[in-house]
Design a protein around this ligand. Structure first.
Ligand SMILES: CCCCCCCC/C=C\C/C=C/C(=O)SCCNC(=O)CCNC(=O)[C@H](O)C(C)(C)COP(=O)(O)OP(=O)(O)OC[C@H]1O[C@@H](n2cnc3c(N)ncnc32)[C@H](O)[C@@H]1OP(=O)(O)O
Length: 729
């Protein structure tokens, strides 16, 4: 045990504030001090190298502790430095870690918070690792489109074997301290004061040889199985990674860990250089920072609508109206965050079903505690005292207006009233209340307890305080909140319109649903539009089209040309399926057929026949459509709609659109999001020319008409960053 009273502070802060050097008798403690996450920017690297050298020079020093100041052990390289001059400035991270590994005096990494990426690689290069019970470690570089390029792909498998290393590195998962201990990744879990414990531990190992503590000198325990492990991983990754190059490149680097350490390190370096210079790494890093940047929201409508000045109301209790799929998912999210919930459902059977689902979904451990926060009711008066209500009833304006009228009369005057509408006019809903300033859209995505996106919609009268509250609620329940303006479909579903419309037009011309889905899935989406439609339920879109008067339950509205609605081209194939009761997975048939109890989408000859007859009836000639055309025809109109949205100020920045798509619609992260992809991967000029060319072929597909903003940007050579505040990225 170290007696704190005997600890003496020597000259500190010698190496700027970024790696503080303190001595405790024979122990040097190097504390990285680079808030918020102690990333390894240039000055930290220099500070560590200087500190290590100083410790080696001082004969009174016999051991070295490295730790993080503030909230965490270093959480990795400074990603903002990537691609800048300071990233390449020596010492680089590899030299810091080499100085640690080869130190003749034992080096102990003492971990709290999150030791991630380069931070965990530093710990692995150390001779001993301690962790507090709440610490987590991991190598999440794959999410940034790179690999653990400071020896992580070589040292980790030497401890846990190739199989576990592949699993950890290709998923980027964070491991809790206890699991890290059982995997041999930390040597000891310490309770109490980490600094004191680390110094005490360092003293206890002074004088012991460090050679056999160097992970770099060990061999991989399952080396003989590397071939079969890599083959198995390849199969999983091809299925899971869909177009992302980093996961398989990580595997290639890990494969080299069975070679001598220096050879493996060289291979890791080459593969890192390959990834660092790929187009996917900057796209994923953009996605990482955008996820955080959307927290700094504002809206051009009103300068008070700004994260800096708007203060949220305190929300302790929330009413949820409707115990359907969405209401139940929202309730689970709120309960999991420790909020009190009053769930109202007027249909007793539905309410009972909802309660059962909530009970089943909440984790065993905390279920009873969480359930104690839940009140269920069929009576609106039970909502009289809640701070906020989220309405999640059926998507009908008439019904929503009825609900909001009731809520306005029953809830306390300061309560916020939110609608989970997926695209109806928030202003019309607000207009039936006497508090339009407290009405806001909070669009959750199914399953609402899992999907991270929360699209918050600012109505004409929504106050800054109300928006701040909705954004804050998102953070409280672990969602990524994006602020958008009010228009039909808001950002996400509005852009989805052209995508699904064009996908259905492709069926008219010769593609089958599975051809379209395959092309979109190869692009990187987890599901193509038809599989997604079957999963969500085809009746959702159908009801929406009925509500808009585009179709009826019996077919086209009277006196309507079959393939046109209100002057626009219209394909009724989806309506035809719904009229047959084919509503998707839930009815065992939609665009595909499903065996009882299975979710596997099977091509259905009945649908293929229906499409064939439809083509014949309307004079469409079947042709072969390439995957490239499918991707362009579906995604470019979606992107084009994004430009309209920016032009109208519905989204303040292109990154708000990208984050919406990354977190709500499964847009592949390695492409950065639709707007990033358009600008940085394809190029705006190419998008514009493709739209023009398709529009010339299909003049009545109005979504193919390029947005004036896109045209203007191409003509002037302006960038998306220049439109909003994402220039920082
Ligand atoms: C040419 C090739 C030659 C080869 C030579 C190779 C040499 C070796 C080089 C590199 C190898 C190592 C690479 C890496 O380490 S990459 C980074 C790996 N680490 C991560 O991915 C961690 C990312 N961060 C997180 O997961 C989280 O931030 C967190 C868990 C650490 C903390 O979460 P939370 O408390 O929720 O905070 P925030 O996420 O909100 O973050 C706060 C703040 O900090 C910024 N930030 C976080 N991590 C980094 C980072 N690694 N670099 C820069 N900035 C970071 C984040 O953006 C937030 O900023 P704010 O929005 O402005 O507040």
């Amino acid at each position: 045990m170290v007696n704190t009273m005997t600890l003496t502070w020597e000259a500190t802060r010698e190496f700027a504030v970024m790696a503080e050097y303190s001595t405790y008798g024979s122990v040097v403690v190097l504390q990285v001090n680079n808030p918020p996450v102690n990333s390894f920017s240039y000055h930290v690297r220099q500070g560590l190298v200087d500190g290590l050298e100083k410790a080696q020079r001082d004969p009174a020093i016999r051991s070295i502790v490295i730790m993080g100041k503030g909230r965490t052990f270093p959480a990795g390289a400074d990603v903002r430095e990537f691609g800048t001059a300071s990233a390449g400035m020596m010492p680089d991270l590899l030299s810091v870690l080499a100085a640690v590994d080869t130190s003749p005096k034992p080096v102990v990494s003492a971990i709290h918070g999150t030791a991630l990426g380069g931070g965990f690689e530093l710990a692995l290069a150390s001779h001993y690792r301690l962790a507090v019970p709440s610490a987590r470690v991991g190598l999440p570089e794959v999410h940034l489109g790179i690999l653990p390029g400071a020896g992580g792909t070589q040292r980790l498998p030497r401890v846990v074997g190739v199989k576990t290393a592949i699993q950890m590195i290709t998923t980027g998962q964070h491991i809790k301290a206890q699991q890290a201990l059982s995997l041999g990744l930390v040597d000891k879990i310490v309770q109490g004061d980490l600094l004191k414990e680390a110094v005490s531990f360092a003293r206890s190992i002074e004088g012991r040889p460090v050679e056999d503590r160097r992970i770099s000198q060990k061999t991989v325990p399952d080396a003989e199985k590397v071939g079969e492990v890599v083959d198995a991983a390849r199969k999983t990754i091809i299925r899971r990674a869909r177009g992302a190059i980093a996961p398989m490149t990580c595997v290639q680097a890990i494969q080299a860990s069975v070679l001598p350490f220096d050879v493996g390190m060289q291979r890791e370096r080459e593969l890192m250089a390959f990834l660092m210079t790929s187009w996917q790494a900057p796209a994923q890093q953009y996605a990482f920072f955008s996820e955080r940047e959307v927290r700094r929201w504002s809206h051009p409508r009103d300068k008070r609508v700004n994260f800096k000045t708007a203060k949220p109301r305190v929300i302790k209790s929330v009413g949820v109206v409707g115990a359907g799929t969405m209401g139940v998912g929202i309730t689970i999210s709120l309960l999991q965050a420790g909020l009190k919930v009053v769930l109202l459902e007027v249909n007793k059977k539905q309410l009972d079903r909802g309660i059962t689902t909530i009970q089943k979904t909440l984790s065993q451990k905390s279920a009873s505690q969480r359930m104690s926060l839940l009140t269920t009711t069929m009576d609106y008066s039970a909502l009289s005292d809640v701070d906020m209500v989220i309405e999640a009833v059926f998507e009908s304006m008439r019904l929503k207006k009825e609900v909001f009228k009731k809520l306005d009369s029953i809830t306390k005057p300061q309560a916020i009233l939110a609608s989970n509408t997926s695209g109806l006019d928030i202003d019309k809903i607000a207009a039936v209340t006497k508090r339009p300033d407290k009405v806001v859209g909070t669009h959750f995505f199914a399953p609402a307890n899992i999907m991270r996106l929360l699209e918050n919609i600012l109505g004409k009268h929504t106050s800054a305080e109300t928006i701040a509250t909705a954004m804050q609620l998102g953070t409280t329940i672990g969602k990524v909140g994006v602020l958008v303006g009010n228009c039909p479909g808001f950002v996400g579903n509005r852009m989805l319109g052209p995508y699904v419309t064009e996908a259905v037009f492709l069926l008219e011309e010769g593609a089958d649903p599975q051809d379209v889905d395959k092309a979109i899935e190869e692009f990187g989406f987890a599901m193509g539009p038809f599989r997604m439609g079957d999963l969500s339920g085809l009746d959702i879109g159908w009801r929406g089209r009925i509500e808009k008067g585009l179709t009826t339950e019996q077919g086209p509205p009277p006196a309507t040309p079959p393939l046109y609605r209100r002057g626009n081209r219209y394909c009724p194939l989806a309506d035809m399926l719904c009229m047959q009761g084919r509503l998707g997975q839930k009815t065992g048939a939609g665009w595909y057929r499903y065996e009882p109890g299975s979710r596997a989408a099977l091509p259905d000859p009945v649908v293929q026949q229906m499409i064939r007859e439809y083509r014949q009836e309307h004079g469409f000639k079947k042709r072969t459509i390439s995957s490239q055309e499918i991707v362009e025809r579906c995604l470019y109109p979606l992107i084009n709609e994004g430009f309209h949205i920016l032009d109208e100020g519905i989204a303040a920045r292109s990154m708000d659109i990208d984050v919406t798509y990354l977190f709500g619609y499964g847009w592949p992260r390695h492409t950065g999001g639709p707007m990033y992809y358009a600008e940085k991967v394809v190029g705006l000029e190419k998008i514009l020319r493709s739209l023009e060319s398709y529009q010339a072929q299909y003049p009545d597909h109005h979504y193919l008409q390029p947005s004036p903003l896109l045209r203007d940007m191409v003509a002037k050579g302006t960038s998306l960053a220049a439109l909003g505040t994402d220039s920082k990225l």
